[in-house]
Design a protein around this ligand. Structure first.
Ligand SMILES: O=c1ccn([C@@H]2O[C@H](COP(=O)(O)O)[C@@H](O)[C@H]2O)c(=O)[nH]1
Length: 274
């Protein structure tokens, strides 16, 4: 099953637009896992077990693993997800961008080494830098458009013949690069007005929407701006707010992560059209 079909099936099966981000920071891991060789793997797989019925996707951010030399653990986590929850899409958040020859290797890293269903990429180097990912027609290619950070405006808002650059990216992807119907865009929840603009340009194309939770994006505004007519169309991503949720009233950390994931999924669903 290709990425878009798998995502659509997960939206429906779990009645959820929530994407759970896996950003393991050693300093924030439960004390009992901090100094064990497999602590990162145990942490992430337990978060996956605690939230898999609540999520439409999981999104490990590769920097958290690479910084620790924990690529082997990331491989193990990706395999665990594929083996145990094959119906939930795995998005590798890598934001790659390079010349074609190098991008070919990055695509193999994402799709062969980690077996990801989709990868995030940076469009700054243009179409030929994305072709190696687009050459994997069953995998998703999720292109940065209007990112959630304040500094995203430095370039993404630049006026290009009367059109802000992020809208030009959205149009390019929708009209030219999405030949195989495998593309999605990253649009931050911190900018609901721009999210609505992108939705108007790209039709029903899926949007990966980080920025709720720790970054403070408003869920009601996000869903209102980004959902498709059938109440789908988004992978609304939250990492730190879920995986480092504070335990309450006798909960352990997995209970706390599950509770916040349920609250987040429900808050999203409350504002969906369908
Ligand atoms: O525009 C973007 C693109 C990607 N991200 C990534 O999403 C998560 C957000 O983590 P939170 O803890 O929910 O803030 C993180 O992995 C970022 O690298 C983004 O935030 N904004």
């Amino acid at each position: 099953m290709n990425f878009i079909d798998k995502l659509s099936a997960a939206w429906t099966a779990n009645h959820s637009l929530l994407c759970v981000g896996l950003d393991p920071d050693l300093a924030k891991l439960p004390a009992e896992l901090r100094d064990t060789p497999d602590g990162i793997t145990t942490f992430c797989t337990r978060i996956i077990d605690a939230t898999a019925d609540l999520a439409c996707a999981f999104k490990p951010q590769i920097a958290y693993f690479a910084a620790l030399g924990a690529e082997k653990q990331l491989e193990d986590i990706c395999r665990y997800l594929r083996d145990n929850y094959p119906h939930i899409p795995l998005i590798l958040d890598a934001k790659r961008g390079d010349i074609g020859a190098t991008a070919t290797q990055y695509a193999r890293e994402a799709f062969e080494r980690y077996g990801a269903d989709a990868v995030t990429v940076n469009p700054y180097m243009g179409e030929d830098s994305l072709d190696p990912y687009l050459a994997w027609p069953d995998r998703g290619v999720i292109i940065l458009c209007r990112t959630s950070n304040p500094g995203g405006s430095d370039l993404q808002f630049l006026d290009t013949d009367g059109v802000p650059l992020y809208q030009r990216v959205a149009r390019l992807v929708a009209e030219k690069w999405n030949k195989n119907g495998q593309c999605a865009l990253v649009v931050g929840a911190t900018f609901p007005e721009e999210l609505a603009q992108v939705r108007a340009i790209v039709g029903d194309m899926p949007l990966l929407v980080p920025g709720i939770g720790a970054q403070g994006g408003d869920i009601a505004a996000t869903v209102g701006a980004g959902q498709t007519a059938n109440g789908m169309g988004m992978m609304i991503s939250s990492s730190r707010a879920i995986i480092y949720a504070q335990p309450q009233d006798g909960e352990d950390w997995t209970d706390a992560a599950r509770r916040v994931a349920i609250e987040t999924r429900d808050a999203i669903n409350q504002h969906r059209a369908v």
